[in-house]
Design a protein around this ligand. Structure first.
Ligand code: UDP
Ligand code: MG
Length: 316
């Protein structure tokens, strides 16, 4: 099969028939063999019935129905597991992404050899203040942290080689950073394509302004996980030791100064009244705690099933 199209959706009943028809038309015009996997993320409207009806008329339609609204990442994850096409395409259900982009995305993956091609909504039809401007800021940060030069990391329209989606795990709200997940899994050929963007026709956006707060926090988590996820001791142990060392030196200096003053018989304040004494103790205690956090981290990793997960490309 050439293409799997994965569509995560939450309360998008009005858009689905039109989206389905459009994808079907593009596939037929280009003679692709395909499947469309609709992942109903706990919709409370009639979305699932609509999908069941679509399935009756088109056997290329598949569906996954969650009992609960788990989020876009969960929907994508399950879609990825089910996908069988050589090229996997994800797109939003709200008709903001155009299926007309599919043939070119397919070509970039199969002919130009990209592992992942991300859409770039160069001209966006969203609210300027709540989306477009924060999104520019967000992407600038994401570019710096991840080192991937994409203009629109969180674009819903993306294309992947099948092997990529089978080897990354999108969890919590990490759908915003799939290119980064792919890169850390060893898929480096990441490209970008300017795609058409359209106004939302029906319903409203499912993500509020808190997307940016969560987005930043998730970016920090990911950065930490990829840098120190397998060796937490390298992070906590280092700053823990450093803090302990600074506190230890400082407390020796405080003690030595007191001893010197006693020896010279000059008046000096009580060690317990000296603010540096308390600061040094604080630094030493914090240092120990950080060190312990590192040890605990290592103990947790030891039990993790992923500790020996490697992606082997070839072997003899
Ligand atoms: N979506 C989802 N689960 C959620 C929220 C959103 O599957 O909990 C889907 C939604 O139906 C749409 C896509 O994710 O197909 C993108 O959402 P939306 O259009 O609201 O985001 P925006 O375009 O505003 O960034
Ligand atoms: Mg949208």
């Amino acid at each position: 099969m050439n293409i799997s199209v994965i569509v995560p959706l939450f309360n998008e009943e009005e858009s689905l028939p039109k989206l389905h028809e459009w994808i079907q038309r593009v596939m037929q015009e280009n003679k692709f063999s395909y499947e469309i996997i609709f992942v109903n993320d706990g919709s409370t409207d009639r979305s699932w019935q609509v999908i069941e009806d679509l399935r009756k008329e088109n056997k290329n339609v598949h569906g996954i129905c969650f009992r609960h609204n788990y989020g876009k990442s969960a929907a994508l994850h399950c879609g990825f597991q089910k996908a069988q096409g050589d090229v996997v395409i994800t797109m939003d259900a709200d008709l903001q992404d155009s299926p007309d982009e599919i043939p070119e995305l397919y070509r970039m993956i199969t002919e130009e050899g990209y592992d992942l091609v991300s859409g770039w909504k160069q001209k966006r039809y969203d609210n300027r203040l709540t989306k477009n401007i924060p999104s520019k800021l967000f992407n600038a940060t994401a570019r710096r942290v991840t080192g991937i030069k994409l203009h629109d990391m969180n674009c819903g329209l993306k294309a992947y080689k099948q092997v990529v989606v089978k080897n990354i795990e999108v969890f919590s709200e990490m759908h915003r950073y799939i290119p980064y997940l792919a890169k850390t899994a060893g898929f480096n050929k990441i490209g970008e394509k300017v795609v058409q963007h359209r106004k939302r026709e029906f319903g409203e956006s499912k993500f509020g302004i808190n997307r940016f707060v969560n987005g930043y926090l998730d970016l920090m988590t990911l950065w930490f996980l990829t840098k120190f996820g397998k060796q937490p001791m390298h992070f906590f142990g280092l700053i823990g030791s450093l803090m302990f060392f600074i506190g230890f030196i400082a407390i020796i200096v405080v003690g030595a100064m007191k001893l010197y003053a006693l020896h010279q018989r000059v008046p000096a304040m009580l060690v317990a009244d000296n603010p540096y004494f308390h600061l040094s103790i604080l630094a030493m205690v914090l240092g120990c705690m950080l060190f312990l956090a590192g040890f605990l981290g290592e103990l947790i990793i030891r039990n993790s099933q992923e500790r020996n997960n490697y992606l082997i490309e070839q072997q003899f």
